[in-house]
Write a protein that binds this ligand. Structure first.
Ligand SMILES: Cc1cc2nc3c(=O)[nH]c(=O)nc-3n(C[C@H](O)[C@H](O)[C@H](O)COP(=O)(O)OP(=O)(O)OC[C@H]3O[C@@H](n4cnc5c(N)ncnc54)[C@H](O)[C@@H]3O)c2cc1C
Length: 398
């Protein structure tokens, strides 16, 4: 079977690798001139790590990341603990792994190169044309590539192929996004195995995530996040770095060692978030993976993990039938409840951390921690953060 994969992110690379290893004839199409990682530090959860383990990449990725045992959040100025999630509640082997996006990209890209997977760059895919049981893709310049028997669309939240899905989904832009940057790990003040957050109501949030080095030769780094309404970005630029640094310092003085490394507004990149869930993540001879199928705010830290799970599930579905339509139905069914549970949880919980609502922030500050201390709630919260809730694909988690 000839398969085109659009997009060279985690979903596209993982799918291309697994499909090639199963003997399919795969080509990747990427809009950038050089394939490159987009995005910041991310947490690979036990689910995503299981997929990478299945690919034989456990040691490669662990060599580049930082083990995360705990996620801890405190509301300011009261100093009240709001979030305290310990992966070990699920078992001794459970943990997250925080990595720079570049590290995840490099590990997957190196495997794709070792398998001689062809990556065609400068191909900005804008449409797909179906003829019988074949499909071709078309780029912005009108060039056509194909025919293929299947297109795997992994071109992220902005996919141009979504109108080809059985039930195209609308994207709701979220008011809040984040500024983020990667800097040298400050030796003092922070725990190197904890994602730490500070909140002021739900309108301000600071995140400090240890992410290890991007390569064996690079020193450890930290990903630094600041929640911001994307509509306020122009004002943030105009007000200048000093005003912002004073605000951050007044909330969390210990971040001074990180702020000292920020010399230019361009050191912090703006990430915008949208929420969208495709109910039926496939069309004729076409299937959607990762953010192309479901995108959301990264508050629960699941996006890249979901992308890896999608790729793994698609390849397992291909094992089960020779008929493409049947395969796509099996794939969609295998991911349905896990994806919906996390998309819904993300939609429900994000406003407690990123919104203008004082009421939600007050409820969070007073109730989240006491409730989460109940034994059953501790497991549910840990299951939510680790991606283990709502049964991830059968046969993957040992
Ligand atoms: C600030 C921030 C923090 C995050 N934190 C986490 C976290 O802690 N844990 C986690 O799991 N996730 C996190 N995420 C989400 C995660 O980054 C995404 O869910 C994940 O990257 C989705 O992978 P993907 O392969 O589906 O899409 P992408 O990573 O978006 O990759 C899509 C690829 O397709 C290419 N492309 C796009 N359009 C076209 C086109 N028209 N033609 C050809 N190629 C195209 C792009 O250039 C890119 O290479 C975070 C995201 C942000 C912004």
């Amino acid at each position: 079977m000839k398969i085109a994969v659009t997009g060279c992110g985690p979903a596209g690379l993982a799918a291309a690798i697994m499909l090639t290893e199963q003997g399919y004839d795969v080509r990747i199409f990427e809009r950038f001139e050089f394939p490159r990682p987009v995005g910041s530090g991310i947490i690979l959860q036990p689910t995503g790590l299981a997929v990478l383990g299945d690919l034989g990449l456990h040691d490669d990725i662990h060599a580049l990341g930082k083990r995360i045992d705990r996620i801890h959040g405190v509301t300011m100025p009261s100093g009240r603990q709001v979030l305290n999630v310990d992966y070990s509640v699920l078992g001794d082997d459970y943990h997250g792994l925080a990595v720079h996006r570049a590290a995840l990209f490099d590990v997957l890209h190196a495997r794709a190169q070792a398998l001689d997977i062809e990556i065609l760059t400068n191909v900005d895919v804008v449409d797909a044309v179906i003829s019988g049981r074949e499909i071709a893709i078309v780029d912005r310049r009108g060039q056509s590539f194909g025919p293929f028997e299947l297109v795997v669309d992994a071109s992220g939240a902005g996919t141009r192929l979504k109108h080809r899905a059985m039930q195209p989904a609308r994207t709701r832009e979220l008011a809040y996004g984040a500024l983020w940057g990667a800097f040298n790990w400050p030796d003092a003040n922070f725990d190197e195995n904890t994602l730490e957050q500070r909140y002021v109501a739900a309108h301000s949030m600071i995140g400090v995530l240890p992410i290890g080095g991007c390569s064996a030769a690079t020193d450890d780094q930290v990903a630094f996040f600041w929640s911001i309404k994307t509509g306020d970005y122009a004002r943030w630029l105009k007000d200048g770095l000093d005003a912002w640094k004073s605000e951050v310092l007044s909330i969390w003085p210990a971040t001074g060692v990180i702020l000292d490394q920020i010399h230019d507004a361009a050191d912090m990149s703006l990430a915008r978030y949208g929420h969208s869930t495709m109910r039926t993540p496939y069309g004729r001879q076409l299937v959607f993976l990762g953010d192309a199928a479901h995108s959301t705010s990264p508050q629960l830290g699941q996006g890249a993990n979901m992308a890896l799970l999608d790729a793994w599930s698609l390849v397992k579905a291909l094992d089960q039938s020779d008929d493409t339509n049947t395969v796509l139905r099996i794939y969609a069914a295998s991911r349905r409840w896990h994806v919906r549970a996390f998309q819904l949880s993300s939609l429900a919980l994000t406003p407690f951390y990123q919104s203008d609502s004082r009421l939600l922030a007050t409820l969070r500050d007073w109730f989240f921690d006491p409730v989460a201390k109940l034994p059953i709630a501790r497991r549910i919260v840990a299951g939510l953060i680790s991606g283990m809730l709502a049964s991830p694909p059968k046969g993957l988690m040992k």
